[in-house]
Ligand binder design. Structure first.
Ligand code: PMP
Length: 388
């Protein structure tokens, strides 16, 4: 049976050249970067090389990169670490309703600690309006966190415009963006975006899982979440996950080299898939903005079918997709992102996310287009709503 992986926003395969490097830092170059002998020195050199590679992908300086155990930890550190470090200036924070739970739940935690949080709504395309953000700013506002690209609908937020408006009101407000779903997929530059903090994750860009980073602009006050050794300038102590970090660095370097060609290829495949679905299946709606969207994301609501049933039927045909986000699938609640976009419960339930990656081909997309209409017809034939 043909197998087609269309869940690259959940995770990506590790590239061969990356995996080879990771293995060598487990079996041959296994030193601890803090050790002073030659093994340690070689490890330290590899660590700093990876820091340069990751910084290079986002236009940062190497010393502004803190390696973490992934996007979740970097988001927690960004939100909670800056809120705690700057609370003397004020206790008001701003975020959006469509953030990943790594950000949302960090804000929920801070609310319990006495902080006040304003949650900015989105429009029907999942976009945050910079004017809404501007109106939310108060004298006590210390932090704003809005994601660059949404993991479910792929919508690209106007981070630069938001940052400019915020900074024009107060230079002191710290701006964080969760860029887990944009780094390596579209151009991301911390200076262009005018952000102070940015989260990235290795396993979304063909690197290993369990490693990521937080970019921290020089001069930004942040409290660590862990305590121990002096690693990562004490902001993230603990012996570094060197194989993971080296793999992340290599993946970042390759992503930078191939960004332009990948964007062209994935946009073409995405449009082929979206247009094909719209042409062959009635009562389908594309979720998210058609233009302001990352190249590899297709998110559709297919009326009168359940997303979970769709996923299972596709899986039986070898097609791996997702409904909502991988982190919340398994629960039957419709995605908080789709609901925030004003999509009714019953339509949000029938949503399907297909996220494309570098190994996908036109043949893969054609296979999906040949398979999906039959599955939808079968499920609709069983649906009481469709047959009313
Ligand atoms: N933020 C976003 C937008 C994500 O998509 C994810 C991964 N699903 C994360 C944060 C968490 O990253 P990680 O899996 O590296 O912890």
């Amino acid at each position: 049976m043909q197998r087609v992986y269309l869940d690259h926003s959940a995770t990506t395969p590790v590239r061969k050249e990356v995996a080879d490097l990771v293995l060598s830092y487990m079996t041959t170059n296994y030193g601890n970067p803090s050790s002073i002998h030659s093994f340690g020195r070689e490890a330290k050199k590899a660590l700093e090389n990876a820091r340069e590679q990751v910084a290079g992908l986002i236009g940062a300086k190497p010393e502004e990169i803190i390696f973490t155990s992934g996007g979740t930890e970097a988001d927690n550190l960004a939100v909670i670490g800056t809120a705690l470090a700057n609370q003397k200036k004020g206790k008001h924070l701003i975020t959006s309703v469509i953030e990943h739970h790594a950000v949302l739940d960090s804000f929920k935690y801070l609310e319990k600690q006495g902080f006040e949080v304003t949650y900015i709504p989105v429009d029907e395309y999942g976009l945050v309006n910079p004017d809404h953000v501007a109106k939310a700013v108060k004298e006590q506002t210390i932090l704003l966190s809005i994601m660059h690209v949404n993991n479910e609908v792929g919508t690209i937020q106007p981070i630069k415009e938001i940052a400019e408006i915020i900074k024009s009101k107060s230079q002191d407000i710290i701006i964080h963006t969760d860029a887990v779903q944009s780094v390596g997929k579209i151009p991301v530059d911390v200076n262009e975006l005018k952000v102070d903090l940015l989260t990235a994750s290795s396993h979304k860009i063909y690197g290993p899982k369990g490693v990521g980073c937080l970019y921290v602009r020089k001069g930004t006050k942040i409290e660590p979440r862990y305590f121990g050794g002096g690693q990562e300038r004490k902001r993230r102590p603990g012996t570094e996950n060197l194989p993971g970090i080296v793999g992340f660095g290599k993946a970042a370097e390759l992503a930078k080299q191939e960004l332009k060609q990948e964007m062209v290829k994935l946009s073409e495949l995405r449009d082929m898939l979206m247009d094909g679905i719209l042409k062959t299946i009635p009562d389908v709606k594309i979720n998210g903005d058609r233009e302001k969207r990352i190249p590899g994301n297709v998110n559709v609501s297919i009326r009168y079918v359940e997303g979970e049933a769709l996923l299972l039927s596709l899986d039986m045909k070898g097609i791996a997709a997702s409904s909502g986000s991988a982190c919340t699938s398994g629960s039957l609640d419709p995605s908080h992102v789709l609901l925030a976009m004003g999509i009714p419960h019953e339509i949000a339930h029938g949503s399907l996310r297909m996220t494309l990656g570098r190994d996908n081909t036109k043949e893969d997309i054609q296979y999906v287009l040949d398979t999906l209409p039959g599955i939808v017809n079968k499920l609709r034939a069983m649906s009481p709503l469709y047959n009313k």
